[in-house]
Design a protein around this ligand. Structure first.
Ligand SMILES: Nc1ncnc2c1ncn2[C@@H]1O[C@H](COP(=O)(O)OP(=O)(O)OP(=O)(O)O)[C@@H](O)[C@H]1O
Ligand SMILES: [Mg+2]
Length: 244
């Protein structure tokens, strides 16, 4: 089985306070991992350090590459294949929905094309397809600042998918969605996971949803790895202990 992610002795500190404590684990290609833990356990910090948004010590290998030594252009190239959905939606308010969703394609263009935001017909079609899949078709040409929190979150999701990532890091992507939209979005993630072998690490606060969709559950407690195992092997007692 191909390892997409391998972490050894990952530590993160903020002003002398240790937030992540010596995490070591690996994730295989095509696995859907749900990360659970109390508020403040370090879930967001973990995802951010995997994308080098938060400095850390230890080793992080993604597709066999040590990402801590990547710089500038190499770091940029590496990030093209990793999509990140932030807890507080990473969208640009003053742009239209469609522009936000198209923006990952800019990373593949020359300076002239990207300066004038020149997109191909295929790119437009793909962006519209995913805007439709997140149920925002009628808002494709609306500026994002006029959308609700849950709608912005769905713009961020369509944008992440348009990036055609190998690895999706999603920080509570359904936290502001209602039940119907949550299910539709989780089903969409699961389809991409199964059909495209997309590897997913997703922070979730809903245990039922985590159990329903994930292959494995990673439990973080106070910055430590409490357990990391197949979802169907996680007992109710283990979940209780995690949230205790
Ligand atoms: N930029 C920062 N500077 C200092 N401390 C931080 C910073 N970001 C996070 N922390 C601290 O790190 C710890 C873990 O935070 P993190 O955001 O990773 O938790 P979380 O598990 O994602 O919580 P939640 O479920 O509430 O999103 C918290 O104690 C938080 O106060
Ligand atoms: Mg968080």
């Amino acid at each position: 089985m191909k390892k997409v992610l391998e972490i050894r002795n990952l530590n993160v500190e903020y002003d002398d306070k240790q937030i992540l404590k010596n995490l070591s684990f690996s994730v295989n290609k095509g696995e859907f991992v749900a990360i659970l833990g109390l508020s403040g356990a370090g879930k967001s910090t973990l995802l951010r350090s995997l994308n080098r948004l938060t400095p850390s010590s230890g080793e992080i290998y993604i597709n066999g590459k040590d990402i801590n030594i990547l710089k500038d252009r190499k770091l940029k190239l590496f990030r093209r294949k990793i999509a990140f959905i932030f807890q507080d939606y990473n969208v640009i308010d003053n742009m239209y929905t469609i522009e936000n969703v198209l923006s990952p394609f800019l990373a593949y263009k020359n300076i002239f094309q990207s300066l004038f935001s020149i997109y191909s017909r295929e790119e437009y079609e793909m962006a519209l397809k995913y805007i439709d899949k997140v149920a925002l078709k009628e808002y494709a040409y609306t500026k994002v600042k006029y959308l609700s929190g849950g709608q912005k979150q769905r713009v961020a999701i369509a944008k992440a998918i348009c990036q055609k990532p190998d690895l999706l890091l999603a920080d509570e992507p359904i936290s502001s969605l209602d039940e119907v939209n949550s299910k539709a979005i989780m089903d969409l993630f699961k389809t991409l996971n199964k059909k495209k072998k997309l590897t997913i690490l997703m922070n979730l606060h809903d245990v039922t949803i985590a159990k329903k969709y994930s292959d494995k559950i990673m439990a973080l407690k106070d910055g430590r790895l409490l357990f990391f195992k197949n979802t169907n092997e996680v007992s109710d007692d283990e979940i209780k202990n995690l949230y205790h």
